[in-house]
Design a protein around this ligand. Structure first.
Ligand SMILES: Nc1ncnc2c1ncn2[C@@H]1O[C@H](COP(=O)(O)OP(=O)(O)OP(=O)(O)O)[C@@H](O)[C@H]1O
Ligand SMILES: [Mg+2]
Length: 311
């Protein structure tokens, strides 16, 4: 089973409007309301890809109970640690007809005392049945330093591959815990490593962590080529042109889900990257995040261009 960690669970609301005008009242028939957070999007896409998945995170209040119930109904087997000092957060995305999206993301309440140690205990129990672990998204306030490193380290100790899609200090902590792979975008690369993104700066970072067991590093850049440095080589991939477009929000999460599914199935790196690009393109055709279909992936697969470069 793939254990997906989404520490800061949310209720995501997506509203679709003709045009977003600052300072005006907008009325719309209804909003798409779902449990959210980057990890939830990943888990949802994994479910579509027919991968066995379970999800863990912190939750709080009535909002937390609603999230837990809905995740269960989606078959995502939630294990939520109810140790937040308040209600789980609500995040709003307003998507315009043009595809432009304006997001209002609440930070959410902090973790209660002992919340982190309760989480780590439950996490250890879950690791007993996990084949791999993935962590995505924003952190929760109030976590002790070393928490992310402990997540990665505990998995590495049990030889369970650990994959991360986050940035800043949580990513730096995870890198110290010997993850198997990292997938971020170019802004996250620059923010975390404090250097402009280029294939050569990426190489510098990858080679540093490769010696500690990292199998690959992927850096995406929206519709532009993305790069993967791996034990198998250095690849540049051009995403397909979209035949219809709603919003790119969550494309990275569907990308991550596709990546995890391919690792679980033992697919080679080239097929994996093509599958990821097709799944991410498919996500751009839908409102909401992590919403993909096998049909959409098949449609885009022939249009992904991949080339191998010298490291
Ligand atoms: N306009 C687009 N056309 C085709 N593919 C796209 C487009 N936008 C994103 N993608 C695909 O999605 C992948 C991830 O996109 P991006 O770099 O925006 O990730 P991200 O910033 O992590 O996204 P997220 O909002 O999910 O966190 C890209 O590498 C690409 O394959
Ligand atoms: Mg992302």
């Amino acid at each position: 089973m793939i254990l997906v960690l989404n520490l800061n669970m949310a209720i995501d609301k997506t509203a679709y409007v003709e045009k977003f005008n600052k300072g005006e009242i907008h009325r719309f028939k209804s909003a798409l309301t779902m449990p959210g957070g980057k990890g939830v999007n990943v888990a949802r896409a994994l479910k579509t890809l027919k991968a066995p998945v379970e999800i863990m995170g912190f939750s709080g209040g009535f909002a937390g109970d609603w999230i837990e119930r809905e995740l269960g109904a989606e078959g995502l087997k939630p294990c939520l640690i109810k140790k937040l000092k308040g209600e789980s957060r609500i995040c709003y995305s307003v998507v315009e007809k043009s595809g432009c999206s304006t997001d209002f993301n609440e930070d959410g309440p902090a973790v209660e005392k002992k919340g982190a140690s309760d989480f780590l205990r439950a996490y250890e129990r879950k690791l007993a049945s996990a084949n791999m672990v993935s962590v995505s998204g924003r952190s929760v306030r109030g976590l002790p330093s070393g928490f992310y490193r402990a997540l990665a380290k505990k998995a590495a100790f049990k030889k369970i591959p650990f994959f991360a899609d986050l940035n800043g200090f949580p990513l730096m902590e995870i890198l110290a815990g010997r993850p198997a792979g990292v997938k971020i975008n170019n802004y996250e690369f620059e923010h975390t490593f404090k250097m402009p993104f280029s294939p050569s700066s990426m190489k510098k970072i990858f080679l540093k962590y490769k010696t500690e067991g990292m199998e690959f590093m992927i850096v995406t850049n929206r519709h532009m080529p993305f790069y993967c440095m791996s034990k198998e080589g250095f690849f540049e991939v051009l995403p397909p042109k979209l035949s219809s477009f709603k919003t790119p929000v969550g494309a990275g999460d569907s990308f991550m889900a596709a990546l995890l599914k391919c690792r679980l199935d033992g697919r080679n790196i080239k097929d994996t990257l093509v599958f990821c690009a097709a799944a991410a393109a498919c996500d751009c055709e839908t409102l909401g995040a992590g919403i993909i279909s096998m049909q959409g992936i098949k449609k885009y697969t022939p249009y992904v261009k991949i080339k191998e470069n010298k490291i």
